[in-house]
Design a protein around this ligand. Structure first.
Ligand SMILES: *[C@@H]1O[C@H](CO)[C@@H](O)[C@H](O)[C@H]1NC(C)=O
Ligand SMILES: *[C@@H]1O[C@H](CO)[C@@H](O)[C@H](O)[C@H]1NC(C)=O
Length: 391
C-alpha cells in the first residue's frame, strides 16, 4: 500500500513539473519503464524508492537543462525539431507568394500541381489562373459560338450525371440533389474537376474531346473547288500533331479532314449559322476595290460557305478614278479572281438596293455580303491566294 502511495507521489511530482512534450516523451522512454518495472518485480524497499526516483529525475533534469549533454534521445529530438523547421511546405508560403509561383506555371504544370492535394487543387483549378492560358492558346479560335457550345456541353454533362444518379440512387435521392444543388456541387468538386471551370474547358480542348465550332479556310486543302472560301465545321484538336480534325456538315461527299494547321482556322466573325442567310449591312458602302466575303452555296440544301472577292467596276466604267461612278449604281460587280477569265465563277452581279439570295442550280446561290474593314482579315485572304490561277 505504502509502495503504491510512493509511486503515486512520484508520478504526480513528474506530472506537476513543467516540461516540453519532447521531455515527456523522454520521460516515458523505454529505459525508464524498464527500471521501474524491474524494481517493482524485485520489491525494492521503501527507503530505496525515493532515492532511485530522485536519481532518475536528477539525471533527466541535468540532461534537459544543458542541450550539450550527450543524451542520445535528446539529440534525436532536437534534430527532428530542426528538420521540421527546415521542411517548410509550399502551403506555408504567404498566399500572394504562392499565387505568384502558380501564375508562372504552364498549363501542364498546373495540372500536375492540382493532383498534389486538395488545397493545391482548389488553387490550381481556379479560373483566374487559367484565363491567361485560355486566352493565349485558344482566344483566337474560341468565339461566341464555341463558348455557347461549351455551355451546352456542360449542361448535358450535368444532366447525364443527374440521370446516372437517378439510376443508381433512386428518384428521391436525386430529387434531393435538385433541391440542394449547392451541396451536390461541393461533393463533386472535391472528387473531380469542376465541369464549369475554365480549366475544364482548356483540358477538354487539349484532349480533343470537346468538338467546337469554327471555320476552315480553303476547305479540303488542295481541292481547288474550295479555294478562297471559309466553311463552318466542328473541330477537334490533336495535341500530338498540333493540328485539327474537321467535320463538315454532310454533303454526300467526304466530310472529314485531318491535319488542319492553326493558320487555316478562324472563329466565325459573325454570328450567322451556316444555313442562315446573313443580312448584309454594308451594301450601300460597296465601291470598286473593296474586299468582301459573300455567302455561297451549291444548292438550297447545303450550308453556306464564305467566299472572298473584290468589288469590280461596271462594264460601262472606264476605270479611271476621276470618272468612276460605279458606287452610285444599284448594280455591284463582284469578282473572284482565283478563277480564270471566262469562268462562270469569276464574276457575279448583285443589286445593292434589293439584295437577297440570288442564283440558280447551275451557278449556285449567292447570299449575304460582309465588307471587310479590318486589314488583318484582308491580309489573311491575300495570304491564302494561290500563286497561280487554276482552271
Ligand atoms: C507533369 O507530369 C508529367 C507526368 O508525370 C510529366 O511528364 C511532365 O513533365 C510534368 N509537367 C510539368 C510541367 O511538370
Ligand atoms: C453515366 O453512365 C454511363 C453508363 O452507365 C457512363 O458511360 C457515363 O460516363 C456516365 N456519365 C457521367 C457523367 O457520370
Amino acid at each position: 500500500m505504502l509502495f503504491f502511495l510512493i509511486s503515486c507521489f512520484s508520478f504526480s511530482f513528474i506530472l506537476l513539473s513543467p516540461m516540453k512534450s519532447s521531455q515527456w516523451r523522454l520521460l516515458f522512454s523505454s529505459c525508464f519503464w524498464k527500471d521501474l518495472s524491474s524494481w517493482l518485480q524485485k520489491g525494492i524497499s521503501f527507503y530505496q524508492v525515493p532515492m532511485i526516483i530522485k536519481k532518475k529525475m536528477m539525471m533527466m533534469m541535468m540532461s534537459l537543462g544543458s542541450s550539450k549533454k550527450p543524451e542520445n534521445n535528446v539529440v534525436v529530438e532536437e534534430e527532428e525539431d530542426e528538420e521540421k523547421k527546415k521542411k517548410i511546405s509550399l502551403l506555408d508560403l504567404p498566399e500572394l507568394t504562392l499565387e505568384c509561383i502558380l501564375e508562372k506555371l504552364s498549363p501542364d504544370g498546373l495540372c500536375n500541381m492540382s493532383a498534389v492535394c486538395s488545397s493545391l487543387r482548389d488553387m490550381c483549378t481556379s479560373d483566374h489562373l487559367w484565363e491567361k492560358h485560355m486566352k493565349h492558346k485558344w482566344g483566337r479560335l474560341i468565339g461566341d459560338a464555341a463558348y455557347r457550345e461549351w455551355q451546352w456541353h456542360i449542361a448535358s454533362k450535368q444532366r447525364e450525371t443527374l440521370i446516372n444518379q437517378t439510376k443508381h440512387n433512386g428518384f428521391f435521392r436525386s430529387l434531393y440533389g435538385l433541391i440542394r444543388p449547392k451541396l451536390d456541387q461541393k461533393t463533386t468538386t472535391t472528387t473531380c474537376l469542376p465541369v464549369d471551370s475554365i480549366m475544364a474547358c482548356y483540358v477538354s480542348l487539349e484532349s480533343g474531346k470537346f468538338w467546337f465550332p469554327a471555320q476552315v479556310y480553303n476547305r479540303e486543302n488542295g481541292n481547288i473547288g474550295f479555294m478562297l472560301s471559309c466553311y463552318d465545321a466542328q473541330l477537334s484538336y490533336d495535341s500530338r500533331t498540333d493540328t485539327f480534325l474537321a467535320r463538315y456538315s454532310p454533303h454526300g461527299r467526304r466530310t472529314i479532314e485531318e491535319n488542319i494547321a492553326w493558320g487555316r482556322l478562324r472563329a466565325p466573325p459573325i454570328d450567322t449559322p451556316a444555313h442562315v442567310l446573313h443580312i448584309s449591312d454594308s451594301l450601300n458602302d460597296l465601291k470598286p476595290s473593296d474586299h468582301i466575303e459573300i455567302q455561297w452555296r451549291r444548292n438550297k440544301e447545303f450550308p453556306y460557305g464564305w467566299w472572298y472577292g473584290v468589288v469590280g467596276h461596271l462594264d460601262s466604267c472606264d476605270r479611271n478614278e476621276n470618272h468612276c461612278r460605279c458606287h452610285y449604281s444599284d448594280m455591284v460587280i463582284l469578282e473572284f479572281n482565283q478563277y480564270p477569265p471566262g469562268s462562270r465563277w469569276r464574276q457575279t452581279t448583285i443589286n445593292r438596293k434589293d439584295h437577297r439570295e440570288v442564283g440558280n442550280e447551275a451557278d449556285g446561290f449567292y447570299g449575304g455580303i460582309r465588307k471587310l474593314y479590318k486589314e488583318e482579315e484582308i491580309s489573311m485572304w491575300k495570304s491564302l491566294r494561290p500563286s497561280q490561277i487554276h482552271e
